[in-house]
Every structure is written in structure tokens, then in C-alpha cells.
Ligand binder design. Structure first.
Ligand code: ATP
Length: 362
């Protein structure tokens, strides 16, 4: 696959205004989304935002109350309903759901009963090879590590050659080291097979690291969808800005060519898409911790004071209360430490375009 941008390619799956209610609760609200051939799209959002319900509707395990779902332009939910087993969709569950009494090879071959024996055996061998477990064909799930069990679960879901693979919180049952290893593996396997992937997670780092596009959800609604870099750098809402990473909002006044903030002025051309209607008004500029530099004031006039400090190993996260009461976060290399309560000068170090939002009373 040459194109990993997710911005071209034919549409494999289309969600068209789907809504799902449970009693008085709306789990998914008027959600529309297209997924393109061969991409990995991740539904990302906090607990309860409707990610899993969306995935289950794609799989056919739930029916939408409104809207339609199409796979390869064929309706599978809406006016008609296609059962899960008749959709070209595989699913990897959070707990892997392997059959404990079957071997790895038997698990992988489970969905292939209708295949003739030779073809089935060849396909099982091919899949075991793909996930790097050719020499564990006869192991039972209890003899496999968590990562190996997940590889078998993946192989089992891919064996019947689905067009779409759904992954429900695929890494949440693995410890941290294995999580990073397995997400690289899932990415590799999807790329090698060309299968379209849709995954669900609340972990923004995981979503951004492996996805071609992320779809950020909140309270049943789709907030924004796009390439990880685009959504991170140009969030369209404060919710998305804050959910994808640490976000501070610095009040700024827009002049002819500058935006003046408590931490100095920023060239207006460095504020992304700032429209003329915001001339001579206040806006909130989004700053990420790595856009902000703090150092001890050492006799200079301080801009604020360190009120929070977290040592994270390679980096240290600071929260600084500025003299006007605003709070900004800064992330530094661990070698440049500043202790709690230190009066500090604060500089905006960003060289990229900054995102902004209208002040809440604009
Ligand atoms: P999590 O990450 O915690 O799994 P999620 O984003 O996947 O959350 P969903 O599981 O889709 O969210 O749930 C969305 C909303 O719908 C929640 O408020 C949940 O309580 C509700 N909900 C989900 N399934 C059911 C159900 N079977 N019956 C009643 N309410 C449900």
C-alpha cells in the first residue's frame, strides 16, 4: 500500500447518520463516517462516548435505530439487516475470546469449516506464519503468553479473508511493553494483508501512533476525523484539543499583525486560519507543553510560579500559574529541572502554526 494518508481510496464502509438509543440514553447520535479501502481508522474517545456501540453496529451485533450502514455500497443495516456472519467483517475482542480447548491452529481454522481440508490447512499455516507463531500450532491458549494469544485471535479473525477487521480495545489486556510491540504488529499485519481496520480505544497515544485516521467521539457524537497530525495540530474544538494531549489556552488580543499574550506577542501569520472578523478581539491560543519554555527567573521579572511538577523519566511536566491567573503547562527534557514554587520566566517556543479558539464570550 503506497497511500497511508487515508485521504484517498475507495469507500469500503459507510456510516450514514446512525443513531443508537438504549432506553432514554442515546449511545450514538447521528454519526456519519466513511472508511476507505486499506486504511486503519481508530474511534477514539473517553469511556461511554459510544465507540464500542459503533463498532458493534458495524459488526451487526447491534441494530441502529436510525441511519444506514453500507459495506461496499451494499446496505447491511437500515432498511434491511444483514446478520453478522453474512457481513465481510472480522472482529478481535478485547479478551481475545479464544477457545480454550482448541489448539492455536484449530482456533485459527475455526471460521473455515466450509473450506476443503487442504485449503484450510494451507490458510491456517499461512496465518500462523503471518503472526509469527508457526511453531506454536499445537499449543493451547493457556500455553501461550498474552501477546501470543492476541496474535492467534488476530489470525483467527483474518483467516476467512474479511474485508474489514474490527478491533475492540485490542491492547487493553496487555502490559505496557507488550502493548507497544503488539500495536506495531497489528499495524504491520494490516498493511501486509491490505485489510481495512477499524479499532476502538480511549488511549490517544495508541490511536495516533498506528492509525491512518482517527475519529474523535464525545457523548455519542463524532467531533472530528482526520489524520493524527491534522487532528492534533488543528483541533476544531476545545474537547478535541484537550483529549488528544495536554492543552493550555492562553488569552491573546488580536492586533494588525500580532496576537499579544501574557507571554509575549506571536506573529498573526503564525495563528492558523485567523479570520479578519477577530481583529481587535480576544482569542484563546492553544499551547501544548512542548511549545512552552520555563526557566528560573534568577533576578529577572518572573512571569509566574511553578505550581505542579511531574517527573516522567525522559521529560518533566510543569504547570505554571502566570501572574494574571492563567495556567500553562510546559514539558521539558529531564536534564533541565525547575523545582516547585520557583518563580520562572516563561517563553513561547513554538515554531509551528498555533491553533486558536474564540473566547467563550465572543
Ligand atoms: P467504554 O470505553 O467504556 O467501553 P464506549 O465509548 O465504548 O465506552 P459504549 O460502550 O458504546 O461507550 O457506550 C455508550 C453509552 O451507551 C454508555 O453510556 C453506555 O452506558 C450505554 N450503553 C452501551 N451499551 C448498552 C446496553 N447494552 N444497554 C444500555 N446502555 C448501554
Amino acid at each position: 500500500r503506497d497511500d497511508r494518508s487515508g485521504e484517498t481510496g475507495t469507500t469500503v464502509l459507510e456510516l450514514d447518520g446512525i443513531t443508537k438509543r438504549y432506553g432514554p440514553e442515546t449511545a450514538v447520535s447521528d454519526l456519519s463516517l466513511s472508511v476507505r479501502d486499506g486504511e486503519l481508522l481508530t474511534l477514539l474517545g473517553p469511556s461511554g462516548c459510544g465507540k464500542t456501540t459503533t463498532l458493534r453496529m458495524i459488526a451487526g451485533l447491534e441494530r441502529p435505530d436510525e441511519g444506514a450502514i453500507r459495506i461496499d455500497e451494499d446496505p447491511v443495516a437500515g432498511e434491511e439487516f444483514v446478520d453478522p456472519e453474512d457481513r465481510d467483517v472480522g472482529i478481535v475482542f478485547q479478551n481475545f475470546a479464544l477457545f480454550p480447548h482448541l489448539t492455536a491452529a484449530e482456533n485459527v481454522g475455526f471460521g473455515l469449516e466450509s473450506w476443503d481440508r487442504e485449503a484450510r490447512e494451507a490458510r491456517v499455516a499461512e496465518l500462523l506464519d503471518l503472526v509469527g507463531l508457526a511453531d506454536h500450532a499445537d499449543s493451547t491458549p493457556t500455553e501461550l503468553s498474552g501477546g501470543q494469544q492476541q496474535r492467534i485471535a488476530l489470525a483467527r479473525s483474518l483467516a476467512p479473508e474479511p474485508e474489514i477487521l474490527l478491533l475492540d480495545e485490542p491492547f487493553s489486556n496487555l502490559d505496557v511493553d507488550l502493548r507497544v510491540e503488539m500495536r506495531e504488529e497489528v499495524r504491520r499485519i494490516l498493511t501486509e494483508t491490505g485489510v481495512t481496520g477499524i479499532s476502538v480505544t480511549h488511549d490517544q497515544e495508541e490511536a495516533m501512533s498506528i492509525s491512518d485516521r482517527v475519529a474523535v467521539m464525545s457523548e455519542g457524537r463524532l467531533m472530528q476525523v482526520g489524520r493524527p497530525e491534522a487532528v492534533f495540530q488543528h483541533p476544531e474544538s476545545r474537547f478535541v484539543a484537550g483529549f488528544l494531549g495536554h492543552a493550555s489556552f492562553l488569552s491573546g488580543y488580536v492586533t494588525d499583525d500580532l496576537v499579544e499574550t501574557e507571554l509575549g506577542s506571536v506573529g498573526r501569520d503564525r495563528i492558523h486560519g485567523l479570520a479578519p472578523e477577530y481583529d481587535r478581539t480576544r482569542i484563546d491560543v492553544l499551547v501544548r507543553p512542548d511549545d512552552v519554555l520555563v526557566r528560573p527567573a534568577d533576578g529577572e521579572t518572573a512571569d509566574g510560579r511553578v505550581t505542579y511538577r511531574r517527573y516522567l523519566g525522559p521529560t518533566v511536566l510543569y504547570r505554571v500559574e502566570l501572574d494574571d491567573g492563567e495556567v500553562v503547562e510546559a514539558m521539558h527534557n529531564h536534564a533541565q529541572q525547575v523545582s516547585l514554587d520557583t518563580p520562572v520566566t516563561v517563553d513561547l517556543a513554538a515554531t509551528h502554526e498555533l491553533a486558536w479558539f474564540p473566547t467563550e464570550d465572543h
